[in-house]
Each structure stands twice: as structure tokens, then as C-alpha cells.
Design a binder for this molecule. Structure first.
Ligand code: TPP
Ligand code: MG
Length: 191
């Protein structure tokens, strides 16, 4: 529940007399879906530390999409562009990155923002930025870039994500066959 959730946790800890810091880690996509409670944090002086991981799109959903044979369709934040000039064929797969600046967005709400430029020392800078945020009185947003193709470690579980039964795309048909095979291994645990 992201920034709104962290805000509630911080309110709860303050009410309980607990001065622990609350850190919210949020992707660029999740930030775009729900970030306006930052304004509440500014208005009420709630000390929340928000780390935005900027990787130009829905990386985890892109990975999931790949595993179900649909490549990474529609999971990048890019300009819509048509491969053949027909606007009906436009997609977000090939255009330039959008000029969206989430650090500037957060700054516009009156939040302290630490914007870390991409580079080899960015993790050291992240560590220092968290230290600075902890000494602040109000909310801080730390904006850091990441690579959408660096995946989190495998969880070794199987996620029941249904794959289209009928498709003209070869990779989707292969994924459907795998899905049906995996489904046969499923055991009903309830009922
Ligand atoms: C309101 C809402 N809509 C859709 C989803 C499904 N969803 C889960 S993760 C995700 C992508 C999040 O992208 P981002 O925050 O940029 O994180 P990344 O995967 O790139 O690290 C989406 C759309 C969700 N969790 N919440
Ligand atoms: Mg992202």
C-alpha cells in the first residue's frame, strides 16, 4: 500500500510514542499510481522516507509477462510509436523514454528531494541519502535509477497466472502448454 500505507504506519508509531523511521520503497509505476499522500505528509509534517526506484516502467510485470509468453508488452514508459506509420499499430515498445521527472514531481509538493544521478557510486549515495533523510524533520523522497532487466532472485514458487487459451503468438501457445502442465500439479488446499 506504498506511500499511503507508510503514512499510516508512521502515524501509528508516533501515536504509540515510537520514534522509529518508516521507509517506503516504491517503483516509478507504483509512485504514479498513488503518491498524492506526500502532500498530507508535508501538510502534517509527517517524517516519511520514500525511496523511488526509477526504471522507466513496470519491470516486475514485464518479467511476469515474459514468463507467460507475452514478451514485455505495454510495460515500458515510452512515447507511443507505430512501426509502420499506422496509428492503430502504435505501441510503447520502441519510442524514446518519456521526459517524466518524478524527483521534480515530489519537489513540487514541498517534499525534500535527494535525486541520485545514475553512476557507479549511486548505492553509496543512496546510503548517505537515507542518513540525511533520517536527520530531517519532515518527509524526504530519494530518487534513484535502476535497471529494469536486473531481476529479483527467483522465489521458486508457481504463480497461477492464466495464459490465453487461443493465440496467434507462438510464445503464448508454448506458455499455455506449460501453464496446463503446471495446473495439473496443483493440489486443492481448501475444499
Ligand atoms: C493499483 C495497482 N494496480 C496494479 C497493480 C499491479 N502491479 C503490481 S507490480 C506493478 C508494476 C509496478 O511497477 P513499478 O512500481 O515501476 O515497479 P517495478 O516493477 O518497475 O520495480 C503493477 C502494475 C498494483 N499492484 N496496484
Ligand atoms: Mg518501475
Amino acid at each position: 500500500y506504498e506511500i499511503a500505507g507508510g503514512l499510516g504506519v508512521k502515524r501509528g508509531t508516533v501515536a504509540a510514542g515510537d520514534d522509529r523511521d518508516v521507509v517506503v520503497m516504491v517503483g516509478d509505476g507504483s509512485y504514479l499510481m498513488l503518491h498524492t499522500e506526500l502532500v498530507t505528509a508535508v501538510a502534517e509534517g509527517i517524517k516519511l522516507i520514500v525511496v523511488i526506484i526509477q526504471n522507466q516502467g513496470y519491470a516486475s510485470i514485464g518479467h511476469l509477462s515474459e514468463t507467460v509468453g507475452s514478451q514485455r508488452f505495454g510495460t515500458r514508459y515510452r512515447y507511443a510509436q507505430s512501426p509502420d506509420g499506422n496509428p492503430l499499430h502504435a505501441d510503447f515498445e520502441r519510442g524514446e523514454f518519456l521526459p517524466v521527472d518524478l524527483a521534480a514531481n515530489a519537489r513540487s509538493y514541498g517534499v525534500d528531494v535527494i535525486d541520485i544521478a545514475p553512476g557507479p557510486d549511486s548505492l553509496a549515495q543512496l546510503s548517505a541519502a537515507v542518513g540525511t533523510a533520517k536527520t530531517a524533520d519532515g518527509p524526504t523522497v530519494i530518487h534513484i535509477h535502476s535497471d529494469p532487466f536486473r531481476y529479483a532472485p527467483e522465489g521458486d514458487g508457481w504463480w497461477d497466472v492464466p495464459v490465453s487459451e487461443v493465440s496467434a503468438v507462438e510464445s503464448t501457445r508454448t506458455a499455455r502448454a506449460e501453464y496446463e502442465q503446471q495446473q495439473r500439479l496443483q493440489r486443492p488446499l481448501l475444499g
